[in-house]
Structure formats: structure tokens, C-alpha cells
Design a protein around this ligand. Structure first.
Ligand code: ATP
Length: 620
């Protein structure tokens, strides 16, 4: 499924052509008028140097041969106008280029993240090859404008080159051929260098990713405690530097290669120009060339070489940008990570329940099976508790019910309709959830709750009601700007708290209550999933939250995961997962009477509490 991300980084000619067309289409859609103006301005900019050189030659010849005053004046005025154009057009070009860059990048970025949003599962985001592609695609979003710019650069280079080469050919066809002959190897070598550079960028992807990870870790507030307590800053820094040295080493080798190749080619051009200069001087001395010819020659040779250099740089740059843009095209054009039905079945309002039938799942072919034939039923209107040791597959099962992945075998049905047959967004719109690894957004308290149901984000009474149910309302109300206070995972001083741009730091339990409030805002959904909703709460808060959950769960369908078995005691059904299968299921009383894994776990926890009570009693 993900082979398209791991395939060779080097696009072939057909790929380049295809992405070139894609870049042009994006430029047209994003900035048609700017692109057209830029094209026009490029043509003028290309014509100016050649026109100037010819007018200079004509002027010198007119002056040295005693031409008419009117003619001299007309040519001089022409030269002045060309000078004006030479002064103005670089600025105009620069402005148009920036406009083009920004407009096309805006569209390209929008389309990239639209495509990313369309990947409705999680598998791509857990695939390092995809993450590498995405990182390069983000850089590639700026490429279409660069490709257009490069194409215009090539056009400008070709026009200037042809103009000067034509001028040179008039004076010396041999010289024109000699100059042209240096261009061919230069162009080929530059393209090869560009290919190598693109391959190097791709190969360095994993190394750069690791370096980025260590760099982030060293500056992260979350990791700061452990790094300091364990004294591992030096160790992590060492690893970061090793990765960085590897990156720089590869880049240095590439730079040296470029230095040798480009230096050699520049020397070759200089030799050709030098030989030409000697030849022209001798020809003028012998009277075979006019002074105007020599002046034109003196301008034409460096201009041809310069235009050629510019052309080569533009070709190489365009090639490199096309290669970068290819990463963008791979991401934007990637097949959906989860198969989508062309004609999805409408998702019925849940009336009967959700059934998992012989569900097998593993994260990839290289991973072990996590679920091995799980069959269970979540009846509508009931609370089902999911129990199991760490790594038993509880969160995985929840992710399958949300269709973040598809089962490898078996099926999950919603009132008899297979989840694979319905529109994913419709399914997700029917589910409310607090995940084990819930998000803490560096946004206002209101936004942190409102994101749970974007349609209600401005409905303050609804946000307050959700916060009240999650028991976080008093804490939010006490904030400097109440619900409009920015919450942040960063620390800001007291004096900053009046500043709406800075944030207040919440405790872990308060963030968790906010996540709960976010889920409560979605409470009119068919299914509520709560994966460890109270793990970070103190005992009193946990009691309160469970009390509210109980009230809230009444008559609704919910799937509840908790290691604190006491909180699942009153669930209608408790399912125990072990070794990827359902080890046992039933309500609390039945499972306790059965004396199986659940009863054992429950008694172990209860004994733990009794022991601590006894210890506390003895201490008193
Ligand atoms: N994205 C992933 N890629 C590969 N393996 C994964 C991934 N997520 C989980 N696993 C593996 O799947 C198994 C089940 O994990 P899961 O998180 O579902 O367990 P759990 O029962 O929720 O555990 P816990 O009680 O610790 O939360 C574990 O062995 C875990 O290593």
C-alpha cells in the first residue's frame, strides 16, 4: 500500500515532464495574470542586452566613420531607452517573481494539505517513508513558481544566447561554434550534478529526521525534566551532532564535487574567451574588423558565456525544483490509505449495535498480530467496558471502530452495515471520543473545548455546559480572561498573563478534563469512546468524572477503557482482551463469579487498595 513512498527518489524523464505540466497548471490557476506579465517582462529583459550591444556597435561605427548627426542622435537616444529598460526591468521582474512565488505557493500548500486531510487513516502518518516524502513535499510546495521562474530563466537565457551567438557568428562563425561547444558538456554535467544533489537530499531524509528529533527533544519542555534528572543532555547532544555531521559530510562531498566540476567549466570558458580576445585584437589591428565590431565582440563573448551560465543554472535549478515537486506530486497524487467505496452506503442511526466479527489486525506485514479473531458486540444504549493488560490491543480495537485502519480479516458492522461501505466522515461524525493520547491545543480554553464540535465553537453556553460536566468550568472561569484565555504548554510569567498573546499553563489533570469537555460537546453522537478518560485525575476528580460519565452514559452507547476496574463495575458488559482475543465477557457479577482473568485482576486491585488502607490505618 505504501510502496509508492518508498520507491526510488529519482523521477524519470516522463515523471519530470508530468510534474512540469502539473507545475504549469498550478501556476496558471494560482496566478494566471502574474505569470503572463512575468513572461512578457522576461522577453523584454532578454532583448535588452542584445539590443544595447548592437546599438553600441552602430553608434561607435557611426561616430568613427563620420555618420550624420541625426542618425547618431537617434541611436544614442535608443541606447538611453535601452539603458532605462535595463535599469527598470530587473525590479519589475523581481516584483512579479515574488508575487508569483507567493500566489502559487498559497495554492500549492492548500492543495497539499487538502490531500493530506484526505488520508483518512493513520497508516501513512506512521510510515517513515511517507513522512520523508511529506517533508520534501512541503519544500516542494514552493517549487511550481520556481519551475515557472526557471522555465522563463531558460527562455531568457536561450533568447539572449541566440541573440549574442548570432551577433558573434556575424563577426566570427568559428568563435561562435567554439563558445557553443563548451556549452554542451557544461549542461550535461550540471544536470548530472542536479540529479546527484536531489538523490542526496532523499538519502539524507532519515538522518535529518533523527537529527530533527534530537534537536527538538533538547529544546522540548516535555522532555526537559527527564533530560535534566537523568543527565542525558550530553548523550542526546552527541547523537544529534553525529547525525548533523553525517548530513554536513554528505553535503560537503557534494559541494566539493560541484566546486571541481563548475570550476573546471568556468576555466574552460575563460580560456575560450581569452583566445577570442587575442584573435579579435589581431583582426582589428589588421583592419579585418571595425572598431564597432571589436566593441560588439568584446560584449558578445562574455555575454554569450554569461547567458550560457545563466541558462545552465536555470536548467539545473528547474531540474532540481522539478525533482522536489515530484515529491509533492507523489503525496498529492497518492492513493487513499483506506479504500473508499464509489457509492457509499448511508450510515443508519445506531439502533441495534456495533459488531466485531472475527477481526484480525496487525499494523503491517512486519508487525505481529495485535488482534487475532476478536468477536464482540456493543449493543445500542449500553456501556461496554474493555479490559486487558498493557498492550492487549484495547486502543487498537478502538482505532478500528473509528476506522483509522481496516481489519486485515473479519469485519466491523454498524447496525449490520460494514464500516468499509460507509463514508468515513459520516462515521466519524457519529462518534465522540477521548483518546488515551488526547491533544492539548495551544489555543484558548473555549477553542480547546469547541474543537470537539466545530459547529458549536461559538456557542458559549454549550461550551460552558460541556466544561461543567467535565468539572473544569471553575478552573477556566478563574483564568485571567476566562474562556478566552490562551492555554499553553509553555510557561509564561504572571506579568505576561494579561497579554492575550501569551498563555496560561494548565495542569495535566486540567488538560484531561478539557479533553473530556471536548468529547462531551459531541455527546449527541451515536457512540462515545472513552479511552482511559480519568488516568491523570486525582481520586476526587476521578470519582466526580465517573459519576458524571455514569449519568451521561445512561441510555447511550459507549465504549469505555480503563485500568481502574472499579470504574467499569457498573458497565452493562465487560470484555476482557488477552493475547489478541476475547478471553471472557459478561457483567461484573458474572465475571467475578467465573473466577477468570477479570476476577483475578479485580481482586488484585482491590487487595492493593485494602493493603494501602491497612498501612494507612497502622500509620495512624
Ligand atoms: N502504531 C502502531 N504501530 C505498530 N504497533 C503498534 C502501534 N500501536 C500499537 N502497537 C502495538 O500494538 C499492541 C497493542 O497496543 P494497544 O495500544 O492497542 O494496547 P492497549 O491494550 O491499549 O495497551 P495499554 O493498556 O498500554 O494502553 C502493542 O503491542 C503495541 O506495541
Amino acid at each position: 500500500m505504501t510502496a509508492e513512498f518508498t520507491s526510488a527518489a529519482q523521477p524519470n524523464r516522463r515523471d519530470l515532464l508530468r510534474v512540469g505540466v502539473l507545475a504549469a497548471v498550478l501556476a496558471r490557476r494560482g496566478a494566471a495574470a502574474t505569470t503572463a506579465s512575468y513572461a512578457l517582462s522576461t522577453l523584454v529583459a532578454a532583448a535588452v542586452p542584445v539590443t544595447t550591444a548592437w546599438l553600441t556597435k552602430v553608434l561607435i561605427d557611426l561616430i568613427t566613420t563620420g555618420g550624420a548627426l541625426g542618425a547618431v542622435t537617434a541611436v544614442a537616444v535608443g541606447l538611453a531607452v535601452a539603458g532605462l529598460a535595463a535599469a527598470a526591468f530587473p525590479q519589475i521582474n523581481q516584483y512579479l517573481r515574488t508575487q508569483l512565488d507567493q500566489r502559487v505557493a498559497l495554492l500549492a500548500q492548500d492543495e497539499l494539505y487538502l490531500a493530506v486531510e484526505r488520508f483518512s487513516g493513520l497508516a501513512y502518518f506512521e510510515n517513515p517513508a511517507f513522512l520523508d516524502r511529506l517533508r520534501l513535499a512541503q519544500q516542494g510546495a514552493a517549487a511550481p513558481a520556481q519551475v515557472v521562474d526557471g522555465t522563463f530563466g531558460v527562455t531568457r537565457g536561450v533568447l539572449t544566447l541566440l541573440g549574442f551567438l548570432g551577433s558573434l557568428a556575424v563577426i566570427s562563425p568559428v568563435m561562435a561554434l567554439a563558445v557553443l561547444a563548451t556549452a554542451v558538456p557544461t549542461l550535461l554535467l550540471e544536470i548530472q550534478l542536479s540529479r546527484r544533489r536531489a538523490a542526496m537530499i532523499w538519502d539524507l531524509g532519515p538522518t535529518e529526521r533523527r537529527e530533527f528529533f534530537y534537536r527538538n527533544l533538547l529544546g522540548s519542555v516535555d522532555a526537559a525534566k527527564e533530560i535534566r534528572l537523568f543527565g542525558i543532555g550530553g548523550f542526546l547532544r552527541g547523537r544529534m551532532l553525529t547525525e548533523l555531521r553525517e548530513v554536513f559530510g554528505a553535503k560537503r562531498r557534494m559541494d566539493r564535487r560541484e566546486l571541481i566540476v563548475q570550476g573546471g567549466l568556468a576555466a574552460l570558458s575563460a580560456v575560450v574567451a581569452g583566445v577570442g580576445l587575442v584573435w579579435a585584437a589581431r583582426q582589428a589591428r589588421a583592419g579585418a574588423l571595425t572598431i564597432g565590431d571589436v566593441a560588439l565582440f568584446l560584449v558578445a563573448v562574455p555575454s554569450v558565456l554569461g547567458a550560457m551560465q545563466q541558462l545552465i543554472v536555470s536548467v539545473a535549478h528547474t531540474h532540481q525544483q522539478l525533482t522536489m515537486f515530484h515529491h509533492y506530486a507523489v503525496v498529492v497524487g497518492a492513493a487513499p490509505d483506506l479504500p473508499l467505496r464509489a457509492e457509499p452506503v448511508a450510515l443508519p442511526v445506531l439502533r441495534r449495535g456495533i459488531e466485531l466479527r472475527d477481526v484480525w489486525f496487525r499494523y503491517s506485514d512486519e508487525h505481529p498480530w495485535v488482534l487475532r479473531g476478536v468477536s464482540m458486540f456493543i449493543p445500542h444504549g449500553s456501556t461496554v467496558g474493555l479490559v486487558g493488560l498493557n498492550g492487549a490491543g484495547k486502543s487498537t480495537l478502538v482505532k478500528l471502530v473509528c476506522r483509522f485502519y481496516d481489519p486485515d480479516r473479519g469485519s466491523i458492522t454498524w447496525d449490520g452495515v460494514d464500516l468499509r461501505d460507509v463514508e468515513i466522515t459520516e462515521l466519524r461524525a457519529r462518534i465522540g471520543a477521548v483518546f488515551q493520547d488526547y491533544m492539548s491545543y495551544d489555543l484558548t480554553a473555549a477553542d480547546n473545548i469547541g474543537l470537539g464540535d466545530i459547529a458549536s465553537i461559538d456557542d458559549r453556553p454549550a461550551l460552558v455546559a460541556a466544561a461543567q460536566r467535565a468539572g473544569v468550568h471553575p478552573a477556566v472561569e478563574a483564568l485571567p480572561r476566562g474562556y478566552d484565555t490562551m492555554l499553553s504548554r509553555m510557561f509564561f510569567g504572571e506579568s505576561d498573563q494579561g497579554d492575550p498573546e501569551t498563555g496560561v499553563r494548565f495542569s495535566g489533570g486540567q488538560w484531561q478534563r478539557l479533553a473530556l469537555a471536548r468529547a462531551f460537546l459531541r455527546d449527541k453522537r451515536d457512540l462515545m469512546i472513552l479511552d482511559e478518560p480519568s488516568a491523570g485525575l486525582d481520586a476526587q476528580a476521578e470519582y466526580e468524572v465517573h459519576q458524571r460519565l455514569r449519568e451521561h452514559r445512561a441510555g447511550r452507547t459507549s465504549l469505555l477503557i480503563s485500568h481502574r476496574l472499579g470504574s467499569l463495575r457498573d458497565a452493562d458488559l465487560i470484555v476482557v482482551l488477552a493475547d489478541g482475543t476475547v478471553a471472557e465477557q459478561g457483567d461484573h457479577v458474572t465475571l467475578m463469579a467465573g473466577g477468570g482473568a477479570y476476577a483475578e485482576l479485580f481482586q488484585l486491585q482491590a487487595a492493593g487498595y485494602q493493603l494501602s488502607e491497612q498501612a494507612a490505618g497502622q500509620a495512624d
